[in-house]
Design a protein around this ligand. Structure first.
Ligand SMILES: C[S@@+](CC[C@H](N)C(=O)[O-])C[C@H]1O[C@@H](n2cnc3c(N)ncnc32)[C@H](O)[C@@H]1O
Length: 353
């Protein structure tokens, strides 16, 4: 899985347990990101619909959620990955943009990405292996990047992992089916059908995923766009069409309320935390249409950026860390019996690192 801001890796056991306790068979993961929560629901037998605004999430969903591992020809997949791994390095747009004009990857790995991505496009575009191969490439690139996990900046000196060679591996596929959709939660919420359980994990602040993961957007789109700034962000990062209402303080609460009102699900699970724009009281009020709603709170270590301080583009420390821990919230709303069944579980008070 890629490094991802707001990823629910540490909450996964809690969310999985909640899913199982509701007895849900169908689930919606409306802000799916890495798809790791959708994957957990699928692993527990759910038919999951995974939605996100980003292109890379749609590729991840096509790989892990839509693809049924029992229908994949493993020999064909293995051969394709061996073939791609054997392609000689060939520097192109990716190397020029992300290894020379900026320093997100070492040029040897950039040239490998360029060569492999071209062949995925020319030889596998219409193959059912396409999302699996592209996911494998993104994961491989993520393992050798030179960032702290965000693509707004690269670290000043090459990261240790960036010296490793890019290596394609088979993503761990899951049994069963599902659905992946790229689109805006605001316009899709009411149109996706009915679900036993819906999980909402919207952005918590102004930090846009499109800008923070612009390299994965470009690697998927493979449209070699014009770019700007030190981080060589896609030119369309400036376009209205790539912005999300959930990153706007003035619109976040109303947008979330609209989505909660419109999604058709018997049980609603919402992730949020205690340092963002919507208070716990507001969140609970937004769920007043349900028979019961309760907030579970977990003590948690803040994300890596908060651990290391705030730096300017030339690497100088310009800000101090205010605090290192916060509360991660999981709001559960639904029928009284179901909510009570969920809250009976013995969850840990704090999240493992
Ligand atoms: C907190 S992250 C979700 C992380 C995810 N649960 C995981 O564990 O990987 C929020 C996600 O919302 C997506 N997003 C932002 N605005 C959106 C919108 N308007 N509609 C759908 N997805 C949106 C972002 O692309 C990002 O992947």
């Amino acid at each position: 899985m890629i490094k991802y801001l707001g990823s629910k890796k540490r909450l996964l056991p809690v969310l999985g347990e909640i899913f199982s306790r509701t007895g849900a068979r169908t689930a919606l993961d409306l802000f799916t990101g890495t798809t790791r929560v959708a994957q957990e629901f699928k692993r527990r037998g759910g038919f999951v619909t995974a939605v996100d605004l980003s292109r890379y999430s749609k590729i991840f969903a096509d790989c892990w959620i839509t693809t049924d591992s029992s229908k994949v020809n493993l020999k064909e997949l293995n051969d394709a990955l061996l073939h791609l791994s054997s392609i000689p390095e060939e520097p192109g747009y990716f190397t020029e943009t992300f290894c020379i004009k900026s320093r997100f990857f070492q040029p040897k790995n950039g040239a490998k990405v360029d060569a492999i991505r071209e062949v995925i496009e020319s030889q596998y575009k219409n193959s059912s292996l396409f999302p699996i191969l592209l996911t494998s490439l993104i994961l491989a690139a993520d393992r050798v990047d030179s960032t702290t996990g965000l693509q707004m900046a690269y670290v000043k000196s090459w990261s240790q992992r960036s010296f490793n060679n890019l290596e394609l591996r088979i993503p761990e596929l899951l049994l069963g089916g599902g659905e992946g959709i790229q689109g805006d939660a605001l316009s899709l919420a009411g149109k996706l059908g009915e679900f036993d359980l819906a999980y909402l994990d919207p952005p918590y602040n102004q930090h846009r995923y499109f800008a923070n993961y612009h390299i994965w957007e470009t690697l998927v789109a493979w449209d070699k766009p014009d770019h700007y700034g030190i981080a060589c962000k896609r030119i369309d990062t400036r376009d209205e069409s790539t912005k999300s209402r959930f990153n706007e303080k003035a619109n976040m609460a109303n947008s979330l309320k609209k989505v909660i009102d419109e999604v058709k699900a018997s049980t609603m699970i919402i992730s949020y935390n205690d340092e963002s724009w919507v208070t716990s009281t507001e969140l609970l009020e937004m769920c007043s249409r349900f028979e019961d709603a309760r907030l579970l709170s977990f003590d948690s270590k803040r994300y890596v950026g908060a651990q290391i301080g705030i730096f300017n583009p030339s690497g100088k420390k310009v800000g101090a860390v205010s605090h290192l821990r916060n509360q991660e919230w999981v709001l559960v709303a639904g029928d009284r019996k179901v909510v009570s069944e969920i809250t009976k579980a013995e969850f840990p008070a704090s999240l493992a690192r």
